[in-house]
Design a protein around this ligand. Structure first.
Ligand SMILES: N[C@@H](CCC(=O)N[C@@H](CS)C(=O)NCC(=O)O)C(=O)O
Length: 223
């Protein structure tokens, strides 16, 4: 039985969704973020030294890193589904988006989250103006322009195809869901990029996605 170590409101929601798409049985072990710091509880470090989610156990082997998990599960249990055939342009695009999600899309969104907290979080009154100025400068000069460029690029890539790898839904779309959901919450993704919004609507309507939400519990990234 596959075990998914699942943190509320996190990237591991994607893993539950993928397993629902594949129809593979699994067990969910739930962990709650600290309400104040939003960090994972220390028990997750007993599963993997980094203490982040997702982590899975499959056949007694522990695997972390959502992209590696998604690729592994799709290859091992997909039986040809959700992974484009090897040697096709779709397979190359599949690989590209699988890595783009965490390697390029996610970093500026995380920076945005951190600098938003610097700007609005509690601190001594004398430090506030300086901290706010630094946060605004970082967001305006680097973070938001990178988020915008990434979003424009993703929007343009869905101009000629329904899904990121091509005409068929694939595990790369599962991996891409999290940065897009995060971009709605804090990256400025809205109706001005209609193809990305339509992508989100289509994935949220999938029965497997809905089942995964029921299994995972609280998921505030969902819109
Ligand atoms: N690149 C890693 C990132 C893992 C990660 O940062 N997970 C977050 C959840 S979205 C986490 O565990 N945060 C809690 C913490 O850092 O304590 C992946 O894709 O799996």
């Amino acid at each position: 039985m596959i075990i998914v170590h699942h943190l509320n409101n996190s990237r591991s929601q994607r893993v539950l969704w993928l397993l629902e798409e594949l129809g593979v049985p699994y067990e969910v072990k739930r962990y709650q973020r600290d309400r104040k710091t939003m960090l994972a509880p220390p028990e997750l470090r007993a599963v993997h030294p980094l203490g982040k989610s997702p982590v899975i156990e499959d056949d007694g082997q522990v695997l972390a890193e959502s992209g590696a998990i998604v690729e592994h599960l799709a290859e091992r249990y997909g039986d040809g589904r959700l992974v484009p055939p090897a040697g096709t342009p779709e397979r190359l695009r599949y690989r590209y988006w699988m890595h783009f999600a965490e390697g390029t899309a996610q970093p500026p969104l995380l920076l945005k989250l951190l600098f938003d907290r610097v700007e609005t979080g509690p601190m001594p009154f004398f430090a506030r103006p300086v901290a706010r100025a630094i946060a605004r400068r970082a967001k305006g000069s680097y973070i938001q322009p990178n988020i915008d460029r990434n979003l424009d690029f993703m929007e343009s890539e869905l101009r000629d195809r329904d899904w990121f790898a091509g005409g068929a839904f694939s595990a790369a779309d599962v991996q891409m869901s999290f940065p897009l959901e995060a971009a709605v919450l804090r990256g400025g993704l809205d109706a001005k990029r209609p193809r990305l919004m339509d992508f989100l609507e289509r994935i949220h309507a999938r029965p497997a996605y809905r089942r995964a939400i029921d299994k995972g519990g609280e998921y505030a990234l969902l819109r």
